[in-house]
Design a protein around this ligand. Structure first.
Ligand SMILES: [Zn+2]
Ligand SMILES: [Zn+2]
Length: 330
């Protein structure tokens, strides 16, 4: 059996009964002529998915082309901001994996809602260095469009990041973040969040408290720095990016995209810069027992698939050995 995620119950944005009756009709009209017979309901970006993990509850939404935002409240971190529900407002650190609208478009909404709701400190918006200048232009253009005067306009806190450069989160000094490059149709990054701590060096493990105090007094460095990988996320990427960055399988939790599932969609998936289920299975088989993740969350499924189709495809495709670890973020 797969681990199960759960969807938000009682969320005031959700009209579940209505959605079941109303949306299929709407969808059929919208898709006029196009064969879309799988989807029995429209994926709703404000109907959040919740997954319990050893690091934090993780909640959000991620369907290709619609929206992706993945909130990790205990690490005060949000991956992408393709939609901005109220639950994202308190999060102080947001990372944009790349510039596609379904991952980035609500950055300013997040910033403005915080101001509107009286959150005093600025959230920090981390993003790949090579998109940060365009982001500034876009943010300013959006503000001008909304009628903000030049004199009053102020940029949000944007922090460009480069691959391999590990840094502590602005407001959480025990959490470090290290981005890495992934292959997608445009420049894109994934990242790993680490828990930082100092541990007694092995040679001092058996020492008494008095001896330790004495060593400290004499200026001996008795600790070593440890970075424990908590959560890795891939953003949008080709399946091969998983093996290019195989360190992600050392994290307790891995969040990776799995846009396409079906037989015959492999070439198209590659062409669009996305991962196919077969790429994930290939990485799992290749690394086998080296995989340390307790949970591997698959996200960003194509919107054409129904929930049933996704679960069936995973059930058929994922090797038994890994099924317990896999969670479909739907
Ligand atoms: Zn995407
Ligand atoms: Zn993308």
């Amino acid at each position: 059996m797969f681990s199960k995620s759960s969807s938000a119950k009682g969320c005031f944005f959700v009209f579940r009964k209505r959605s079941v009756i109303f949306y299929p009709t709407l969808f059929a009209k919208l898709s006029c002529g196009k064969k879309v017979n799988e989807n029995k309901y429209i994926h709703n970006a404000l109907r959040q998915i919740h997954v319990d993990t050893p690091c934090s509850p993780i909640s959000g939404f991620s369907i290709s082309g619609l929206a992706t935002y993945i909130q990790i409240p205990e690490l005060d971190f949000c991956i992408d901001m393709g939609e901005c529900p109220l639950s994202a407002i308190p999060l102080d650190h947001v990372f944009l994996t790349h510039a596609h609208g379904d991952h980035a478009r609500c950055l300013m909404r997040h910033h403005s809602l915080r101001k509107m709701m009286g959150v005093e400190r600025d959230s920090v918006y981390y993003m790949p260095e090579n998109i940060s200048e365009n982001a500034r232009e876009w943010i300013k253009a959006e503000a001008m469009f909304e009628g903000v005067s030049e004199a009053k306009f102020r940029y949000p806190e944007i922090e460009p990041v480069t691959a391999g450069n590990r840094q502590f989160l602005r407001y959480r000094k025990e959490i470090a973040f290290e981005p890495f490059e992934v292959k997608h149709s445009i420049p894109a990054m994934g990242g790993t969040l680490y828990f930082y701590k100092k541990k007694l060096k092995d040679e001092y493990l058996g020492k008494s408290a008095t001896e330790i105090i004495e060593l400290r007094k004499n200026g001996v460095e008795i600790t070593r720095e440890v970075y424990e990988p908590l959560v890795s996320f891939m953003g949008d990427c080709l399946g091969e990016s998983l093996l290019d960055n195989s360190h992600v399988f050392q994290s307790k939790v891995l969040i990776t995209e799995c846009t396409f599932l079906d037989e015959g969609e492999e070439a198209m998936s590659k062409k669009k810069g996305h991962s196919h289920l077969k790429d994930i299975v290939n990485a799992l088989n290749e690394l086998g027992d080296e995989i340390k993740c307790e949970k591997i969350i698959l996200s960003h499924f194509s919107m054409k698939y129904s929930e049933r189709h996704i679960r069936d495809a995973l059930d058929k495709g994922i090797p038994d050995k890994f099924k317990e670890k896999i969670v479909a973020f739907i």
